[in-house]
Structures are given as C-alpha cells and as structure tokens.
Ligand binder design. Sequence first.
Ligand code: ADP
Ligand code: MG
Length: 384
Amino acid sequence: MSDLDALRREFRQRFGAEPRVFRAPGRVNLIGGHVDYNDGWVLPLAINRDCFVLAGPRGDGLLRVRSREFGETVEAALPSKPSAEHHWSHYIFGVAWALGEADVPVVGADLLIASDVPTGGGLSSSAALEVSVGLALSSLAGTRLDATALARACQRAENEFVGMRCGIMDQLAACYGRRDHALLIDCRTLAVHPVPLDSTRVRVIVANTMTRHALAASEYNRRRRECEEAVRRISAARPGVTALRDVTWEQIEALAASWPDPIRRRARHVTTEIARVRAAAEALERGEYETLGRLMLEAHHSLDEDYQVSSAELNLMVELAGELPGVLGSRMTGGGFGGSTVHLVRAAAEDFFAPELARRYEARTGIRPEITDCLPADGANEIT
Ligand code: ADP
Ligand code: MG
C-alpha cells in the first residue's frame, strides 16, 4: 500500500479532518501447528503486508468506519453490540469494546481502513485489522498500551465479540514483529523472542490453495476436545500436567499405547510438534536453514497423518513444491482443511519457484493459487 497520500486525501474528503495513520502487519507461521491452545511454542513472522488505519477523534461518542476493501461505511454509537449476522465491522467495534474493558477511555472516532493483507488466505488479515484499529483507538484516547495488553484486547475482541475462538499468536505477531526476524512465542507465558531470518539467503513463500472445506470449524473444536482428553488421561498418572506442553512424547508413549487411536495420534502430533518448534528456533538461530526446512516437512506429515487436518489440495501443494529446485521445506499453515501452505526457499530460487508452483498447481487442479512472497517486517506502529 504505497499510496498513503491518496488515502490521506480520501480521509480528508470523507471526514473533513487531518488523520493520524497507523499500521499493523499480517503474519505467517513457519512451524507450530495446533500447539497454541496446548500452551506450546510457535514460530511466526510478521510480514510486509499491512492493514492501514487512518483515524481522527470525534467528541460525540460515534464510531464511523469505512473499509476500502469492502466498499462500505458503518457507524454506531459506542459502546455497541454485535448484530446477529457476521459483519466485518464486528472486528472494529469489538476492539473498541475490548479496549473499554481494559480501561482505555475510547472516544468516538472516524476510521478509514485500507489493507493489502489478503483476507481468508492464511495471513491473518483479521489480526492486522484488530491490532491497527486497537493502536489507533488507544492512541486517540491518549493511552499507551504495552504490546501484550494490546494483543490480548484484540484477541478478546475476536473471541468474545466476533465469536471466533482463536489463540493469541496472530495478534502477538502483529504487535511484536521485527524486520529480518521470526518470533519464537511461548503461548503459555506470552514471552516473545525474535530470531534472525536472513532474507538474502532464504525466502518465505505462502501459497493459497484457494480451497476451504466446511469441516474446518467443527473439526477444530473436536481437536481441542481430543487434546483436553489426552491431558485428562495424562494428569491422572502425572499430577501437575495441565497441558500437552508439560510432557514429551517419550514420557507418555507407553501410557498412550492403550488410548483410543485418535487421542494417541493427537497427543503424538502436539508433543512432537512442540519439540520441532524448539529445534526449528535453534536451527534458525544458527542459520541452519536446511534443518528448519526438514522440520517443516516433518511437521506437515505429522499434521496430515497424526492430527488429520490436512487436505488433498494442501498435500498436493506440498508435494509439487518438493519437486522444485531450491525448496528447503514446506508445510500447511493455519487450521487446515484448506487454506495455505508455507514454503522455505533458497533466495536464489525464488523467482522461478513462485510462478512454477502456481503453474503446476493450476495444471493439476484447474485452480489458480495466490502466491505471496513474505519478508519479515516490523510490528504495529504509528506512521509519522
Ligand atoms: P484471515 O486468515 O485473513 O485472518 P479471517 O476469516 O480470520 O481470515 O478474517 C477475515 C475477516 O476479517 C474478513 O472477512 C473481514 O470480516 C475482516 N477484515 C479483514 N481485512 C479487512 C478489511 N480491510 N476491511 C474490513 N474487514 C476486514
Ligand atoms: Mg484471522
């Protein structure tokens, strides 16, 4: 989104005032699938795609929001409640509500939203939107929230106002992103540790399969219950275990041998995935990109075979990528049952990789995938 001047002009014309400008990035998770709600670690990076929010205060308690992408303006007096039907403005009114709950004195505002984070493509346009709006509204209120408090308020907006039971990874990544770094996030303590990622050596590429299966939401909830069931069984033998994060697969393998097959598989995925994330962060720290790539591929197979959340299209994308030169690793990313894959590719191979992967996927499926080249970027800020 290079044309901030045009956006400023649009804001002035629409709302008759000079805006302040805020941004927050999308994200992609390199490794750590379905471990956030098991208190594990994840390894995302904020990316060079942004949601911009142009904002001006209002004294009358009204929140007016224009989304460029949806071509629609919505206004309501604060505090407002979500309507029964899902609407994009719920993310924004939800953030206003959650900030209020966190004692930020949110006043009315005019907001113009413009984002180049693709929606529903696995790059978390929703968290980019929440965090940029959260930063804008708290700044207009004259409150400096620390980044974790901002991320929490945004997650709460999505959980309780929008009604999506998401973890906090996306919002933390949008807040804490750092140029040339991935982020090792401890989902139990919310500690964030930046790890260097050298874009002159490797590139992170996201391929959207353009498919989404209706199962996603119900299966997601089922997986969460299965993990809770595994924890119940473990804690009977090992008091003090409150999440799968508290055990390794080696510690529970014998115990799990008698469990129902799905519960055993889910526990094996989560415990081995957590170990892979930690190994991946160490590999990244040392610049050992081949190791990181190998771990990503292992993670994909574990998500497919043990966690059973992959799909034919995700598997095809991973398989096709594996046939191309310069690919170090690939996996599905996000909840699964469609959505996107993430690939680690040698920088020198990138120009060939993206169009060739798109060509081969389209030849096999008749569907043109959306491919995004992601550079690790800074977290949310005000543009002055
Ligand atoms: P994603 O993986 O992109 O986060 P979600 O379904 O979680 O997918 O969030 C996408 C939703 O977020 C959109 O359907 C819309 O409601 C909201 N959203 C994202 N970007 C914008 C935008 N630029 N303007 C208005 N709403 C947006
Ligand atoms: Mg989202």
